[in-house]
Design a protein around this ligand. Structure first.
Ligand code: IMP
Length: 431
């Protein structure tokens, strides 16, 4: 396989960063196509911790090219801070290693203020957004009023678009949300400065990627968030504002679907969710807290404690249907070590009716009670396992059960945060 999309098969935070980092070794180019700095990957490489919100984690591999494509909403302040941090630590010495789409929409300060103000107004029905301005930025993009990376480097166009945007946004901020207005002049100066600094990275990323693929390069598309947060197929309105499913990688990057060789879904060996919305297998007891603590389930973007629960097979089956998965990279299996028994949700009871599939209606999904299959746990530490056969029999059995109930082969098992704590059963770039 030559062009692989890696997506989250659950609600985000599946550990895609580590999986992308591992596959990056076999790819020439790594691409982010959707989302923005609502995403956060924490990576541990030789004991050193890295957190990425925008730049693909493949940037740590010297010589690999990283692309932030047009479908990403870019907060230039965050992107440039990431660039600076990487350069301070000896990475990204060559500017040409990073390419940013000229047509990517820019997150402006009013998007962030509006995101927060709107959540506050929603009160108990708030979405629980990451407050990074993602939704309001995508709204402007769809309304065709957004400011794009190419605008930042054309001062007259930028000033004109900024004035038109601020006219409405400041009205909303002042009169509807009772918030402070944004100054045209300081915004113009600050973002023109960002434009100048971004200029060396800005290119036609679709053209670049298609040329790369045409000349036989291996391209890895790094998904953001998870399938159930997809704007079209997720638990709307408790979703993000982009297509987190595999199709989003194509539209966001300007690469045709027939140029993609396969899709790998990343799933935890259990489940987590941040923010509001249905989560049938959620645990509210000490077991949930144990998983949260052992799995360090606190958001790398917001620090919020993640909601934790058992593996939900209908969710992963749904992800398989929407993305046509060639395999699952199963993460954090080690977190479950020591539990005497582990539960796997194989279906739901919705108002007395058995259901095998994720209910599309929100009230039904909210009312869904998980139907569990229970298996024995294992006591052994599995963090040094190098091959599937090194895992205790109960752990092997658990992985096989997940394959059976989700209908997808588990092609990789992660048993710890480090790169070398990984059991690769089948490498998609080599098959
Ligand atoms: P937004 O993307 O900030 O608008 O947030 C919308 C929903 O998606 C909220 O429930 C967030 O918690 C969730 N979300 C956004 N990004 C991530 C992520 O990277 N991991 C997990 N949840 C996310």
């Amino acid at each position: 396989m030559k062009s692989i999309i890696v997506i989250g098969a659950q609600w985000g935070d599946e550990g895609k960063g580590k999986i992308v980092d591992i596959y990056s070794e076999f790819a020439d180019t790594i691409v982010r196509s959707t989302g923005g700095n609502n995403a956060g990957h924490t990576l541990v490489v030789r004991g050193e911790k890295f957190i990425f919100h925008l730049i693909p984690s493949g940037i740590l591999h010297p010589g690999k090219k990283c692309v932030i494509a047009n479908g990403v909403v870019v907060d230039p302040k965050v992107l440039l801070a990431e660039v600076d941090r990487l350069r301070e630590r000896g990475y990204l010495k060559d500017h040409a290693q990073l390419k940013v789409g000229l047509l990517a929409n820019i997150i402006m300060p009013y998007h962030i203020v509006l995101d927060r103000a709107r959540e506050e107004k929603l009160g108990s029905r708030k979405i629980g957004t990451t407050a990074r301005g993602i939704g309001p930025c995508y709204e402007d993009k769809i309304a065709r009023t957004g400011i794009r990376a190419c605008d930042l480097i054309h001062p007259d166009t930028f000033a004109e678009k900024l004035a038109a945007n601020l006219d409405l946004k400041n009205f909303l901020l002042k009169h509807y949300y009772g918030a402070e207005e944004i100054s045209f002049q300081s915004c113009l100066e600050e973002y023109t400065g960002y434009g100048e600094r971004l200029k060396p990275y800005l290119i036609d990323t679709s053209s670049f990627l298609n040329e790369e693929i045409n000349r036989g390069s291996k391209v890895l598309f790094e998904g953001a968030q998870g399938t159930l947060l997809d704007i079209d197929h997720g638990t709307y309105p408790f979703v993000t504002s982009s297509n987190t499913t595999a199709g989003g990688a194509c539209t966001g990057s300007g690469v045709g679907p027939t140029k993609i060789s396969g899709v790998i879904g990343v799933s935890k060996a259990y489940a987590t969710r941040v923010g509001g919305g249905p989560f049938p297998t959620e645990l509210f007891d000490e077991e949930g807290q144990l998983i949260r603590d052992r799995g360090n389930e606190y958001g790398s973007t917001t620090g919020r404690p993640r909601r934790c629960g058992w593996f939900d097979a209908p969710v992963v089956r749904y992800a398989h249907r929407l993305n046509h998965l060639a395999g699952i990279a199963l993460t954090k299996l080690d977190v479950l070590s020591g539990l005497s028994r582990i539960k796997v949700c194989i279906g739901y009871d919705v108002g007395g009716t058995k259901r095998d599939e994720v209910p599309l209606s929100l009230p039904e999904f909210e009312a869904a009670k998980p139907v569990y299959e229970q298996v024995e746990g294992w006591k052994e530490d599995i963090t040094t396992a190098k091959a599937f056969g090194d895992l205790p029999k109960a752990a092997q059995k658990y992985v096989r059960l997940l394959e059976e109930v989700s209908g997808v082969e588990v092609t990789l098992v992660s048993v710890g945060p480090e790169r070398n704590q990984t059991i690769v059963r089948r490498n998609p770039f080599r098959s």
